[in-house]
Design a protein around this ligand. Structure first.
Ligand SMILES: Nc1ncnc2c1ncn2[C@@H]1O[C@H](COP(=O)(O)OP(=O)(O)OP(=O)(O)O)[C@@H](O)[C@H]1O
Ligand SMILES: NC(=O)CC[C@H](N)C(=O)O
Length: 579
């Protein structure tokens, strides 16, 4: 994943001591450099003031690049002959014709350069993908920045508080920038900083300090990729449409067609996310990895990825497990009680035999049976307590400005899983060896629970207020996808120079899922492991994933045991307040 760093400084022309700013920018630069190992470049430009009473504006743009599109690395920032600048982090999957030799950022830059400054939002609305960007339009002296409508890439903003301060836009913040306070850039609109009309007077007192920042609405006309769709709110009181018999999940007749459409739409999303990834020096290493808990969401993604990754290429399945002293203590106490208080014989407990390890291995078997020609590298990422503890400071800095106990347990799991360091057992020799996944593209099953009603609270909503309450809860989930986890997860995972892609979170799949009647997604009258994410379960069963199709949900922090490693901390509290 690429890193973006841009500072906008309103200078009076007088020499100022900017050592403090430079030190903070350097710290941000380093954090952003980790995201893009293939190139990293600064570009500086000055917007001259209209008259001596006004300030010049200095723009400094830095990009690091993780090369994922085209034959060779496309270095950024991209700068055009007429002075436009683009820093682009992410991928365009639809809306622009990009062949495997071409680079998406260059193509987008071409379109933006050919557009007037009033059309920037329209151009961005015509492409679908995960992205964050900064674009300086020289002739209008306007600096645009923003994120895709679902917020799949991180972008943070520091708004200056004094007239000597700079506006800073960055993919990732950090702990060494105490004077800057960051917030996530909103996804509802494109942000615009107008440097021409608002280049501020040199003699403004700092109390009159105002930033010429505005929101440009996303253009809606005839564009499909601009907004998250609204939910289908219709329902009819009918009999449940599926049932389980002998652990088999069976649809009513009406669901056959929808299940096929579901598979087709999701498969297309997976296909677009695994195609055209550049090969690395050693041709036969995995280009694609999957964050793999063995839950239904990521297992379906793994099976669909198998259809579109060349058969001779391995796929890495990254499965993280934490040594959790609190759980281990509880387990050994229960063991003692069972064996009798005085017993001295105790069973040796494998600290990494966590729920997600067990389900991961079961689903590995299922994948190996269904796709026998594929090498599936099941990477056991085992994190001992000390290692988790010593990574905390780094992970806290990456996830900032998110800072709750729950953020930390999720971020730790993602940090270690995506690093991809672990052991792989060779199924033939039964020997296990150290393994480091070098796949740059990581698929995740995130999004299925929000779109298809996978959480326990969806059932609770039904108990409280019937179908209409379930719909309200699903609408809430849909609305907050951009603000909930994705920015944080991007900052954490990208620090390893890798990029996460979310097949459930393509705008076409989100639109498809939003348009489905609620009872196709969830039926709280049915038992657990059947009534949630129903259409996904039917799809899994249709694809042959029998055990995945009836597997119950387990949240990542509990499945991997990254939560509550010491005390019984409450997830919503701030990490500092707890320790
Ligand atoms: N222990 C883990 N190791 C690696 N990746 C994980 C782990 N737990 C979760 N993930 C990743 O995070 C995604 C979201 O987790 P989530 O629990 O919602 O999905 P799931 O485990 O696939 O299915 P389910 O929601 O039914 O448990 C997963 O699809 C997977 O990509
Ligand atoms: N990692 C990124 O954000 C990549 C940017 C762009 N898609 C490229 O491959 O050059």
């Amino acid at each position: 994943m690429c890193g973006i760093l841009c500072s906008v400084t309103f200078s009076s022309g007088e020499p100022v001591d900017d050592n403090a700013l430079n030190a903070q920018l350097e710290s941000l630069r380093k954090a952003n450099a980790e995201r893009g190992p293939d190139s990293s470049v600064w570009y500086h430009t000055r917007v001259e003031a209209k008259d001596p009473m006004h300030r010049n504006v200095d723009i400094a743009c830095y990009s690091s690049v993780l090369h994922l599109r085209g034959d060779t690395v496309t270095r950024q920032p991209l700068v055009s002959a007429d002075g436009n600048i683009l820093c682009f982090n992410g991928e365009i999957f639809e809306g622009l014709d990009i062949n495997k030799h071409e680079n998406d950022a260059s193509k987008l830059f071409g379109l933006l350069n050919a557009s007037g400054s009033d059309d920037i939002a329209k151009v961005l609305g015509s492409v679908e993908g995960c992205y964050a960007f900064v674009f300086y339009h020289n002739s209008s002296k306007r600096l645009f920045f923003g994120r895709d409508p679902l917020g799949r890439r991180s972008l943070l903003l520091h708004i200056p508080v004094t007239s000597n301060d700079s506006l800073v836009i960055t993919s990732v913040g950090g702990s060494d920038v105490p004077q800057m306070s960051f917030e996530e850039v909103c996804t509802d609109a494109i942000m615009c900083l107008d440097l021409m009309t608002n280049t501020r007077s040199t003699n403004l007192p700092s109390s009159a300090f105002a930033i010429p920042l505005s929101e440009v609405p996303r253009k809606l006309e005839s564009r499909v990729f601009t907004r998250i769709p609204k939910l289908n709110v219709s329902w009819t009181e009918t009999e449940p449409q599926i049932q389980t018999i002998d652990d088999q999940i069976l649809p009513s007749h009406a669901l056959h067609g929808l299940t096929s459409q579901f598979i087709q739409t999701l498969e297309e999303s997976v296909r677009l996310r695994v195609k055209d990834i550049p090969y690395q020096a050693d041709g036969n290493i995995a280009r694609v990895a999957i964050l793999f808990s063995g839950g239904i969401d990521c297992t379906v993604i793994a099976l669909l990825a198998d259809r579109h990754v060349p058969p001779s290429e391995p796929i890495d399945l990254l499965n993280v497990a934490f040594e959790n002293p609190r759980k281990l203590r509880n387990q050994s106490q229960t063991g003692k009680m069972k064996a009798g208080q005085n017993s001295t014989t105790q069973k040796v407990v494998d600290p990494y035999a966590v729920p997600d390890r067990e389900s991961g291995l079961e689903e590995l078997d299922e994948l190996r049976t269904l796709c026998p020609g594929r090498i599936w590298n099941f990477v056991e990422v085992n994190v001992d307590f000390e290692e988790a503890r010593s990574a905390q400071k780094k992970v806290l800095a990456l996830m900032y400005p998110r800072q709750t106990v729950m953020d930390l347990s999720l971020a730790l799991a993602l940090y270690f899983a995506s690093r991809g360091k672990g052991r792989v057992l060779n199924p033939e020799t039964r020997q296990s060896a150290t393994y480091i996944s070098t796949a740059r593209v990581i698929l995740s099953g995130l999004g299925a629970d929000e779109l298809l009603g996978g959480y326990g609270r969806h059932r609770t909503a039904y108990q409280i207020g019937g179908w209409s309450k379930v719909i309200d809860e699903l609408q809430l989930d849909l609305d907050r996808i951009p603000t909930r986890n994705l920015g944080r997860d991007d900052r954490v995972i990208s620090s390893h120079g890798k990029e996460t892609r979310y097949p459930f979170l393509s705008i076409p799949f989100v639109s498809f899922a939003a348009g489905l009647p609620v009872q196709v997604k969830i039926d709280p009258r049915l038992p657990l492991g059947c009534g949630e994410k129903m259409i996904l379960r039917l799809a899994a069963a249709r694809l042959g994933l029998k055990s995945a199709s009836t597997r119950k949900k387990r949240a990542m922090q509990f499945g991997s045991r990254s939560a509550r490693m010491e005390g019984d901390q409450k997830g919503h509290l701030l990490v500092d307040a707890e320790s």
